[in-house]
Ligand binder design. Sequence first.
Ligand code: C5P
Length: 236
Amino acid sequence: MAIWAIVPAAGVGKRLGAEIPKQYLSICGKTILHHTLERLGRVRTLSGLVLVLRPDDKTPVSAEIPESLNVRIARGGEERCHSVLNALKILEFELASDDWVLVHDAARPCVKPSEVDGLIDVVSNHDVGGLLAAPVSDTLKRVNDEGEITGTVDRTELYRALTPQIFRFHVLKRALRLAADQNRIVTDDSAAIESLGLSPVIVPGSTDNIKITEESDLLLAEAIMRQQNSPGVGSP
Ligand code: C5P
């Protein structure tokens, strides 16, 4: 069964406040997008990848794309969920309904190919699909509009949803189409799948797999990559 990756990279990176979209910022000598695509390029089971870019993004991206990857470009939408839906549309004639799509944020360049392989392994025996996720380690507080604590949330059942997330092509398309038709903004693909009453499986993921959101994340990502590439650790 075929697996295609989708890499949404059509955000503006408002919280980072840089002058260029965040995937073009450099860490360890290469752009964030380059690192992300290079790592996905090492996942041997992928048949191809759809990179989603803003329609007004004129950056020449060919230098960021590893030669080993079969890449198509899709136009970004207003929100991430619309960008992913646009990528699914261009796979319409490429994929059978039961084939898999693996969605991974461009803004997560520290993902380890071995973790992606592990997720694919687990999900291939699952009816719905799944995602990498990390247990919550902080104590969580619920607060009211005044910023006062109204309760402590039991964290034992809570996980942070990471990417990649992998689902059957036709199920993800139906889920995101429905969310768009109902004007619901879903912040990850799993949320759209869950709204169909389905239960994706989580696969414990490394906390290394950070999403670059704020400036301090750039330094953290550099430190993670240096550690991942240090002698004795093996290639990530
Ligand atoms: O904004 P955030 O970091 O949560 O976005 C996650 C990923 O989704 C990023 O890689 C970003 O480029 C992408 N995105 C997109 N289309 C949008 C908004 C975000 O492809 N409209």
